[in-house]
Every structure is written in structure tokens, then in C-alpha cells.
Design a protein around this ligand. Sequence first.
Ligand SMILES: *Cc1c(COP(=O)(O)O)cnc(C)c1O
Length: 372
Amino acid sequence: MTAQKTLVAPAHVGAIAPYQAGKPIEELAREFGLDPAGIVKLASNENPLGMPESARQAMLAAAASLARYPDPNGFDLKAALAERYGVPANWLTLGNGSNDILEIVALALLEPGTSAVYARHSFAVYRLATQARGARHIVVPARDYGHDLDAMFDAIEADTRVVFIANPNNPTGTFVPGDEIARFLERVEQAHGTRVTVVLDEAYNEYLDPELRFDSTALVRRHPNLIVSRTFSKAYGLAGLRVGFSVAQPALTDLLNRVRQPFNVNTLAQAAAIAALADAEYLQRAYEANKAGKEQLYRAFEALSLRYVPGYGNFVLVHVGDAPGVNLALLKRGVIVRPVAGDDLPEWLRVTVGLPAENARFIDALTEILSA
Ligand SMILES: *Cc1c(COP(=O)(O)O)cnc(C)c1O
């Protein structure tokens, strides 16, 4: 207590409630004396297929140059992304995960006396990044567990600089169709010009069914106040490497690069991301496995008469009532899922789609717990 009193930090930093990450397998093994090999982790929306072999090979080759700093401008990765998305390389910013992109946006645009708008039950990092800058939070009530864009538009105030939208959303898994996003962007720009920047966080984009996907880079071309962020952590299977990126017009991208750490994406991550981006077969396999796994979870929840929110990402939000109790019982059985009380969803659990056998382990454990 006394030590705390002598430390001098901004009040808004002291008030931050730290990010609650999914429990690591090793930690659960230690806590409950379990064999790590028997633990199933469905808690952090990681790709159950494991990293792409193509990325592993690229990393091994890149390891030869690790005495050197990484390419600070990510030339090769940006070239590959530019080709894939049909945008000039100077529209791209690389991040140490897309979390880093979100932090960079907050660093570039927020300060005390400004505000950020985001939805209730949306990604926790919006709150953290906003708070770290001493900016004000404008949290907009959700509609059917997802973004209510009309309410979010109405919530924008004179000091608002950033609006964060996760699409699909985490932890609820909801999705806003492309035409609604486009209409929102038109309204924001018409009413506020480029004073308000919209961050469209598409971490789960690759899991969308093809008919739902829309061309968000076309929206970036139309709107100088739009940032689209993507990640290699989810469908590309590279969460441990930390690499993400954003697409925005050059003026906005230039601002982001002013506050970005020069070497924020390491050499191995850059090499692996280039390989993963070219690995269409892996991505397709990830998409299909996820679709099948979600069906497996839905059927189980229906059989158990549990309410769930159909998810557009690689996870499902399920209503279990006594979430802390069910979570503890799952942990004792070696199954890690994600409680989401911190996201104002105290009766729900978020379950990442795993391999068929992993999903089955979770379903069996849950069935046992609920029928006890
Ligand atoms: C997982 C996730 C991210 C970012 O993850 P990184 O590993 O930092 O790229 C960003 N936004 C949402 C909504 C997520 O769920």
C-alpha cells in the first residue's frame, strides 16, 4: 500500500482493469495437478489446426538472419499484402498483432479531453487502449448482443475521435452486414468529416461464409477516415508470433506510423506471415474445420437446451447460468474455456471451436456437469 502511494502515475492508468487472457495450459496443469497433454484449451480463439507448415518452413529459413533487426518497414510482407488486397503499400501498417494496431490508433488519435465510442460486449482492448490514453469511454448498448450502428452514430459527441467496431464481434460473435457498415461510414463522414476515425476490426473475417464477405478495402478507398484491421492470429494460425496489419489511406497511415515502434513486427513473424498469406489450402481447411466444429457445438447446446449466440467467428457464446461454477468444473476436468463476466456477460461462456475430439471433450464434460 505504501509503495503504491509513492508511485506517481496518471489516475487513468491506475484505474485500468488489466486484460483477462485465456488461462494457459501450463498454468492449469500446475494449479490442478493435471497432465498438460490431456488439457483441452478452447479459450483464446486460436486455430486448432496448429500453425501452417509453410509458415514453419519460412520461419526456419528466416532464423538465419536473427542477429539483425527486422525490416522496420516490412517491405516484403507489405508487398504481399498490397498485392492480395489491391492497395498501395503505403496504405498498410504492420502491427505486433492487431492489438498493436488498436493501441497505435489510440496513441495517434486519443488524448485526455477526447472520447472513443464502442459497443457494450465488444472487444476488451477498445476499453484498455482508450483508458491508457486518458480519453473518455462512450459505451453504446448492444442490440441482440451485437453492434447497434444507429445508436453508435447517435452516441458520437463533439470530442469523439475514434469509433471501434469489431466485425465479427468478440466475444459475442455477431456480424454486421457490409451494406450497414457502408451506410454507417457515409453517415459518420457526412456529419463529422474526417474528425472521427472509424476502426473496422476484422480479426475473424476469414471465417465468414463467402456470401457474407464484403470488400472493406473498397470502403477504405472511399473513406479517408476508415482503418480496417486484420490479423494472422486467428484463421492464419499464427497467434504466438504476433502479426497483424491495417489498411487506411496514406494520410491516416502516416499518422499511425509516427507512433509505431520501429521494429514492432519481428523477423520470424514477417516471414511466417508472407508464407501463410500464400497458403490458400491451409486457410480453406481452417474455414471448413471451423464451420463443422461450430455445427458440432450448436447441436450439443441444442441437445442440452442451452441458449447460444450463433457466431460468425471461430467461437460460440453459450448461456450456462452459473458461469463461474460451470467454468471451475470444466477446469477440474481439464477443459479451458473463457468466462466473459468482464464483458458484462456474467452468465455466459465463450467457447473456441476446436478439433472434433476437443469439442467432444468439452461437450462431454459440460453434459456431465449440467446433469450432476
Ligand atoms: C483476437 C482479436 C484481435 C487481435 O488479435 P491479435 O492477436 O492481436 O492480432 C483483434 N480484435 C478482435 C476482435 C479479436 O478478437
